[in-house]
Design a protein around this ligand. Structure first.
Ligand code: GLN
Length: 192
């Protein structure tokens, strides 16, 4: 496995780099098309999806990243990163664009503004649990037939899918980089 990039335009970049380095994985910030060329996989961090989308355009990365996604580069999008990968985004800004690489429908801030942030245990497919930190999180409302659900969040109206995968494209509605638990990054890295 080569190096895993972290898209470093906006959002919680450092935390992803720290988690990857805790796993002993070679990682690098990606801010330019040249830096994108140097990585074999990419993490799209949490932050603000509209801000990251804007910076993808101004950095010249929008097109090159789209091409890498089409050629099957593995990606893990967390929170805002998931929104950028989703096929359909509800409650987006009128001009909000995304890559549509993951056949899911998400609602931005889909857990409501009153509970802007919360923590909850999440259940992995093997029955184990990982901590989930949700910050103005997108809610996954629907998944296409090719989408595998790897973790769920059980709550009153749930369970909701919160970690999903469609081949090389992974999305998490929570922030696995904000806890000491490295499970999600480890699963992603092991798939490379
Ligand atoms: N609500 C944010 C957005 O729409 C995502 C929040 C996050 O990444 N923590 O981009």
């Amino acid at each position: 496995m080569g190096s895993v990039g972290v898209l470093a335009l906006q959002g919680d970049v450092r935390e992803h780099l720290a988690t990857l380095s805790a796993l002993g994985v070679e990682s690098a910030r990606v801010r330019t098309p040249g830096e994108l060329d140097g990585v074999d996989a990419l993490v799209l961090p949490g932050g603000e999806s509209t801000a990251i989308a804007h910076l993808l355009v101004t950095s010249g990365l929008r097109g090159p990243l789209g091409e890498r996604l089409e050629s099957g580069m593995p990606v893990l999008g967390t929170c805002a990163g998931l929104i950028l990968l989703a096929r359909e985004v509800l409650d987006g800004r009128a001009d909000q664009w995304g890559y549509g690489a993951l056949e899911v429908t998400v609602r931005r801030n889909g857990y409501g503004r009153q509970v802007a942030s919360f923590e909850a245990p999440l259940e992995l497919a093997d029955g184990s649990s990982v901590p989930g930190v949700f910050i103005r999180a997108p809610r996954i409302l629907a998944c296409g037939p090719r989408v595998e659900v790897l973790a769920t969040y059980a709550h009153g109206e749930g369970p909701d899918p919160v970690l999903v995968r469609q081949g090389p494209v992974w999305g998490a509605s929570f922030h696995p980089e904000l806890t000491a638990d490295t499970t999600v990054h480890r699963l992603f890295v092991e798939s490379l």
